[in-house]
Design a protein around this ligand. Sequence first.
Ligand code: TA6
Length: 307
Amino acid sequence: MGHPATAWDQNSVLEVVKDWNGIDQVVLRVPRGASARVSLHGGQVVSWKNERGEELLFTSSKAIFKPSRAMRGGIPICFPQFGNCGSLEQHGFARNKMWSIDSDPPPLKNDDDKGKVSVDLLLKPSEDDLKCWPHCYEFRLRVSLTTNGVLSMISRVRNINGKPFSFSFAYHTYLSVSDISEVRIEGLETLDYLDNLCQRKRFTEQGDAVTFESEVDRIYLGSPNVIAVLDHEKKRTFLIKKKGLPDVVVWNPWEKKSKSIPDLGDEEYKQMLCVDGAVVERPITLKPGEEWTGRLDLTAIPSTHFI
Ligand code: TA6
């Protein structure tokens, strides 16, 4: 293996492979069959499969796999800016940068490596990057897969600058669903949200679950740390557990917007749903030496568990 990543037992596999652009991807596999794949381009999880080998993340059939652009699908990292509210490119630059494997990550509090295989990635600004965002930071990302196929992402952003800086953030998670009109999100009811389709005007969720019959682009504020995405047809539930991520972004472009997105098939909105653990409403401000941590754990379970 020869890589500073951790595999708790000899049956877990961690392997570094090249994608067709020659970019390193780290493959994590656990004995029961679940797997995940992380590209060093953008630190983006590009695949997460359950023990039956079924892909749980959506990737567009028209996705562009060219470095400098995040591929449409998987889990791009939005940092240091979510969306287009700021001077930087949409969703910031981290998803378009080359990350490296972190050979000596500082220990992570409350995260033992028992029962999982993990890889640590690192992003630091280049001289060029400092011209567009003049802040010295270290962004460490640990991606882990447990024996039960739970996918965890732990981001640590440290300010190694001389002065404070602020940022917003999201795990832009493209979930693969059977039919968007059969999907519901539980855990966001009664919450306020900012509607990106109405200049971020503030509304309150009236429904007992979020369901889909048209374009949705919302930022739910102050959400609980566990929400559930129920895919009725696939009898599958995605449990999303988060820490340090108060907001949840929910996005489905629906028909009309899909036609305007070049790297998304016209009908593919039916098989995707973005549910992002995020920090948007109140950006994080780090003083010199301070560090922020944002954790997301994704579990895919047969819905029978809930009946
Ligand atoms: O997450 C919601 C959102 O900000 C939408 O407004 C939409 O633009 C989406 O992200 C996709 O952004 P991207 O830059 O990946 O096309």
